[in-house]
Write a protein that binds this ligand. Sequence first.
Ligand code: 13P
Ligand code: ZN
Length: 271
Amino acid sequence: MKNILDAPFIREMKETTANMYRLGWDERNGGNISYLLDSDEVYEYLDANNVLRTIPLGFDAKSMAGKIFVVTGRGKYFKNVAGNPEENLGIIRITGDGTAADLLWGYAGGGVFTSEFPAHLMSHMARLSVDPENRVVMHTHPTYTLAMNFVHELDDKKFTHSLWEMCTECIAVFPEGIGVLPWMLCGTNSIGEATAEKMKDFRVVIWGMHGLYAAGKDMDETFGLVETVEKAAQIYMLTAHLPRVNTIKDEEMMELAEYFGVNYRKDFLNL
Ligand code: 13P
Ligand code: ZN
């Protein structure tokens, strides 16, 4: 049996949480990540029959029965993950009836998975239904995106359009646009269901005045989506109070999207 601390997926979780903390997106216990793993790869490191404890989910995840995830812990700080992965991360397998998760490793000291796990698992289900390659769901509190929530209308088309206008390549990075939810109570099944509904159309979903969710086929794609949205929001916030002299026109965004051959939301442009 190989050493779990050498597993590439643990290294990716350590690096990603450290980067997110470094960028100031994840203060205190803010943010959480879930990463769908390949079972055969996990069993090179862990005994499939050694269940440490079983943690109830509080919702039905039958379609995910048997699936294994590495997930950040509830109340755990991203800044601490790299130094102590066994306490801050857990590897869990959804039970056969989809009502609980078997802990295979981690959450040392009695921890559990993130309070946002309903939204994560429901988002995985929604993304997998439209993209079987989806593996990662990430929730974070990026500063400028959050700031923009307070000064910009919370509307899918209008928010997307403002972000697309801020960086030439935004329309190529998230051509499907981004979904936007109003403020909702976090940690609940309801916000999970609303997020998952948006995740059928978008890989990025804003949680109004809270943060965002992003999904992707690997850690780089998902992190890159957040970085790009956050960069655009930063430029928006740096310029929102200044007279706009130049802008990227809708015709130019269309030209770029067509040059890159991406399937973009034409109805999010005003042509
Ligand atoms: P957790 O500590 O439960 O992951 O919650 C953090 C968070 O960002 C809640 O929205
Ligand atoms: Zn949050």
